[in-house]
Write a protein that binds this ligand. Structure first.
Ligand code: MG
Ligand code: ZN
Length: 220
């Protein structure tokens, strides 16, 4: 087995849909929609947009939000088997997420160790929810990513390792550019096609396992 490392997104990749959008749709006042559009059109950074969106929510709604997400979010099929595959083959797996600890950890509980998860943090000690950013951009990134995926790749991987990035969205693009190989769906798939990044599409994590096994055979 080669020296390989996997960096995997959470929202829309491990889960079927985006949990921040789901939380805002259900709990936020209408102002959230303008913030979302400002982020999508890059008028404001992801860090500023996500921080301001969560500030619209009272800290007292924490339990209700967690329950809502646990009842509504769906883990993409094959994820458990995929985690087992990485363990069996000694492939380091890092979940790198722009999501927030208070819903990411409960959704992944029993599936993967918390030490493998890198995401943003929520602070509930004020009136409204305050987001904290333990993994913000290093000196080589000026995007105000919030949770900076390229910075984490630089920190967590060695240059000799074959880097596989799994993701679904524009928020994975800078990480995908640092990857040796991308496993993509949705918008990230379109971007990989446009930019001719080495990639394959996936729908379930059973597809991901197949792709990883095939890549290994090609090199053997
Ligand atoms: Mg995503
Ligand atoms: Zn960054």
């Amino acid at each position: 087995m080669s020296d390989r490392v996997i960096i995997c997104d959470f929202d829309g990749t491990i889960t079927e849909t985006d949990n921040i959008i789901a939380i805002m749709k259900r709990f936020a006042p209408p102002e959230w929609d303008a913030l979302k559009n400002d982020v999508l059109s890059q008028r404001i950074s992801i860090q500023e947009g996500v921080g301001k969106m969560f500030q619209l929510l009272p800290s007292s709604s924490k339990d209700e939000i967690v329950n809502y997400i646990l009842n509504h979010a769906q883990i993409r099929s094959g994820f458990k088997e995929f985690v087992q595959y990485t363990k069996k083959n000694n492939i380091p797996l890092f979940i790198v997420s722009g999501g927030i600890d208070f819903f990411v950890y409960p959704l992944l509980q029993g599936l993967i160790e918390e030490e493998q998860i890198y995401c943003n943090r929520a602070n509930f000690s004020n009136e409204n929810i305050q987001i904290e950013w333990p993994f913000s951009c290093d000196d080589s990134c000026s995007n105000d990513c919030g949770c900076c995926k390229p910075s984490l790749i630089r920190k967590l991987t060695k240059c000799t390792q074959e880097k596989i990035v799994i993701g679904d969205s524009i928020t994975d693009l800078q990480a995908a550019k640092l990857a040796d190989y991308v496993i993509a769906r949705d918008l990230l798939l379109e971007k990989c096609q446009d930019l001719h990044l080495p990639h394959q599409p996936f729908t379930t994590f059973y597809d991901v396992i197949n792709i990883l096994e095939k890549l290994e055979e090609v090199k053997a």
